[in-house]
Ligand binder design. Structure first.
Ligand code: M6R
Length: 366
């Protein structure tokens, strides 16, 4: 049932070219320049007029929500807030008619997320669900939505569900943007093409598995890790740190790379591995400066970069090269090395990566 892999987690990481493809299939038609999302068809117009969108989720799904915040604000020019479901629900939030809530959940059963949308729905908000499990509680409670088609995720650490969420949230953003007229036809077509190419590029990243295992062996005994990224890659840094904590029990923190100098830089010494998500995007030059700041304090730099980068290889201790992609879709590529690094460190340390201690696949208590 693990399809020849040692663990479900590894199998699920390797399924991603297919699961992203499945989440796009029947929706994205790059050749004809069209996008159809059955589940939100009747709501696209309403969404395009939304005054604000609130994304509620937990854990990895919350990280997908953070990427979606950047996507939707850029594409649709609608303000987006991303909330931890648990915090959102307990503080009596200001929400009501005219608000759109997007609940993101792999299982569709996370209690905090479910209860958060129940109360928002009672107050008159429209709820869209982005769930992986068909017929799950969150999917049923939602007014509309779009499923991710990642297939059953068995590993407790979410991997393929995350990239499927990014794919579907990107489709939703693009649909709303084209209905609203907030992006040009050219940008729309370009992003359809970029999405269309993602499954193949993910397959290319997966070929780096052996290399990432070597990097894992080199750093597996570190006590702490720092993960840094900016823009679309900031949530990827958070996700990298979460994966490492869950699977290898190493303390890790994700931070926006520029925020580091406001505190965490005090942690940096020759024993601290710092993972930079530093692909070629509009933040690139700034991230290069942040790498220099870490180097100057003797931190070990592991950098995920775009193929052909001429600058960062000269500054980093280890590099992982991923294919070039538009920054909007790049997290689907840059997160793969994060998943593999955590996986290999966990395995090398002898832990049960499919069932990490103290964790359940879905958290059905508040
Ligand atoms: O099923 P959900 O997406 O609602 O689950 C949310 C979190 O519990 C989940 O992402 C958790 O953080 C994972 N263990 C992360 O790998």
């Amino acid at each position: 049932e693990k399809g020849g892999y040692d663990h479900f987690m590894l199998k699920e990481i390797f399924e991603q070219p297919q699961t992203i493809f499945d989440s796009l299939r029947g929706r994205l038609d790059a050749k004809n320049g069209t996008l159809t999302i059955g589940g939100i068809r009747e709501h696209a117009e309403m969404l395009s007029k939304a005054k604000r969108i609130i994304i509620v989720a937990c854990g990895t799904s919350w990280h997908a929500g953070l990427v979606a915040e950047y996507m939707i604000e850029e594409l649709c020019r609608i303000p987006v807030e991303v909330e931890y479901a648990s915090e959102f629900r307990y503080r009596n939030p200001v929400v009501g008619p005219g608000d759109v809530i997007i609940a993101v959940s792999q299982s569709g059963e996370t209690a905090d997320t479910l209860v958060a949308i129940e109360s928002a729905k009672e107050k008159g908000a429209i709820i869209l669900g982005v769930c992986n499990v068909v017929g799950s509680s969150i999917a049923r409670l939602s007014d509309a939505g779009a499923y991710t088609h990642a297939g059953p995720e068995i590993g407790v650490a979410s991997t393929k569900a995350f990239t499927a969420q990014l794919a579907v949230l990107c489709l939703i953003g693009l649909k709303v943007a084209i209905v609203k007229g907030s992006i040009t036809k050219q940008r729309f077509q370009h992003l359809l093409d970029e999405l269309d190419n993602i499954p193949e590029k993910v397959a290319t990243v997966l070929k780096l598995n052996g290399r990432i295992k070597e990097i894992a062996a080199k750093y597996k005994d570190a006590r702490d890790f720092l993960y840094l990224g900016r823009g679309y890659n900031f949530p990827v840094a958070l996700e990298g740190a979460l994966k490492l904590k869950e699977i290898s029990y190493i303390h890790a923190e994700g931070y926006p790379a520029a925020e580091m100098k406001h505190g965490p830089i005090a942690l940096v010494d020759e024993n601290l591995p710092v993972v930079f998500v530093a692909t070629h995007d509009s933040y690139y030059e700034k991230v290069v400066s942040n790498i220099q700041e870490i180097r100057a304090r003797k931190g070990k730099v592991i950098a995920v970069i775009t193929e052909g980068d001429q600058v960062i290889p000269g500054m980093a201790d280890d590099i992982i090269e991923v294919p070039e992609a538009d920054e909007l879709v790049a997290p689907m590529l840059s997160v793969i090395p994060m998943q593999l690094l955590a996986y290999h460190i966990g395995v090398l340390k002898g832990f049960d990566v499919d069932k990490p201690r103290n964790l359940a696949k879905s958290v059905t208590v508040e």
